[in-house]
Ligand binder design. Structure first.
Ligand code: KDG
Ligand code: MG
Length: 412
């Protein structure tokens, strides 16, 4: 079998998605997600100009060889654009392999290790009543684990809150589908770490008092604290028994986690912005984290995701794959298959895609009683409707950024 053609499909049903569609001379089609939120067209150019010419005529079965070729022959390794492009190819090739074998991908990765994957949902509120309503909504939908994000008094707009409309440009903004707001320029939000640190422990105290001790609760700090601030928050949250505290410090500084770890037993998750195994090596070997937050899409695909989880398993570190709406249904399916197959699954983030997105990408994935399952269709189990995709042209979109009260740019 040979790769006959490659098409890069850019569509923006509820947000922008970049999908690689490979076709073989035997008519098999493989899909791969190369969506990089806010920088989508850079991946399109990388694929179109530098990757597709290398693929035509290659054996689609040679997944590892193709991955190594794309990674090593570029010489300029790593980086989110390169790794999202390689991820798209890797996923499309696994999709083809599954279809050629007539098996869902998880079977090729070793078979199912469990019946379903525990999903966590994104509850949020600008204040406690709104947050409690949101948690109840997710519990009613069947979720068994909840991420808790709240507004902070004095701050107008903050990551992870669905209903915020406080800043210009945020009117009617639906965080669920549009963390990357469509618009010519990025939106500015405000930030104050001390106000946040004062507020968050009380929120978790209230949530535990209302919803009890059993419910797994998670929180995303989105890279905003210094190591000592993160240590302080981790310690302050200990009485509320978090499932994990995510991205407590900027991901580039791995040593920061040593300091945080010395001071708190709150479990730590990190890695949604990592793009190779090298980014995790120290953190896993020194057991500085508890959960791997990589996504198939930003980490070079299914092949490296499976490898890093096998490495993490040596240290009892589990998966917590990144699953926001900017991971397309194709990328999401890829990590569901990996999550079902590996022994060291932890939790799967799940932000439901919008109705238009679900019409463009027809999925065999299911979500029932809080459990996700990738389905049993051959390959990844996602079909892309090209006519439907064509109705939603690319729209410029940026992630927001933060400024402190004195005007300094801060991590978002
Ligand atoms: O594109 C950025 C989002 O993927 C990110 O902000 C979402 O932090 C996130 C999460 O945990 O889902
Ligand atoms: Mg996150």
């Amino acid at each position: 079998m040979k790769i006959d053609s490659a098409e890069i499909i850019v569509t923006s049903p509820d947000r922008n998605f970049v999908t690689l569609r490979l076709t073989t001379d035997e008519g098999l089609v493989g899909l791969g997600d190369g969506t990089l939120n806010g920088r989508e067209l850079a991946v399109v150019a990388y694929l179109k100009e530098h990757v597709v010419p290398l693929l035509i005529g290659r054996d689609p079965a040679a997944i590892e060889d193709t991955w190594q070729l794309l990674y090593r022959s570029a010489y300029w390794r790593r980086g989110p654009v390169t790794m999202a492009a390689i991820a798209a190819v890797d996923m499309a090739l696994w999709d083809i392999k599954g279809k050629a074998a007539g098996m869902p991908l998880y079977q090729l990765l070793g078979g199912a290790s469990r019946k379903g994957l525990m999903a966590y949902g994104h509850a949020s509120g600008k204040d406690l009543p709104e947050l409690f309503d949101s948690i109840r909504k997710y519990l009613a939908l069947g979720y068994r684990a909840i991420r808790v994000q709240t507004g902070v008094p004095g701050l107008h707009a903050i990551y992870g809150i669905a209903s915020q409309e406080g800043l210009p440009g945020n009117k009617g903004r639906r965080y669920d589908y549009e963390p990357a707001q469509r618009g010519a320029l990025p939106a500015q939000e405000d930030w104050d770490t001390r106000a946040y640190l004062r507020h968050v422990p009380g929120v978790f105290e209230a949530v535990r008092a209302e919803f009890g001790a059993e419910l797994p609760l998670l929180h995303d700090a989105h890279h905003r604290m210094t190591p000592i601030q993160a240590a302080k928050l981790g310690r302050a949250l200990e009485p509320y028994d978090l499932f994990w505290l995510e991205d407590c410090t900027p991901a580039e500084n791995q040593e920061a986690l040593r300091l945080v770890r010395q001071h708190t037993i709150t479990p730590l998750a990190i890695g949604e912005v990592f793009n190779t195994a090298w980014d995790f090596r120290t953190l896993i070997q020194e057991q500085l984290i508890d959960y791997v937050r990589a996504s198939a899409t930003h980490f070079g695909g299914i092949s490296p995701l499976k490898k890093i989880m096998d490495f993490a398993a040596l240290y009892q570190i589990k998966s917590g794959f990144h699953g926001p709406t900017d991971v397309s249904p194709v990328g999401f399916a890829a990590q569901l298959h990996v999550g079902l197959a590996i022994h060291n699954f932890g939790a799967q983030e799940y932000m439901e895609h919008g109705a238009r997105t679900n019409r463009v990408f027809r999925q065999s994935m299911t979500f029932k009683d809080g459990w996700l399952h990738p389905g049993d269709a051959p390959g990844l189990g996602v079909e892309l409707d090209r006519d439907e995709a064509g109705q939603y042209p690319y729209a410029t979109a940026y992630l927001p950024y933060n400024r402190l009260a004195d005007g300094t740019v801060h991590d978002w």
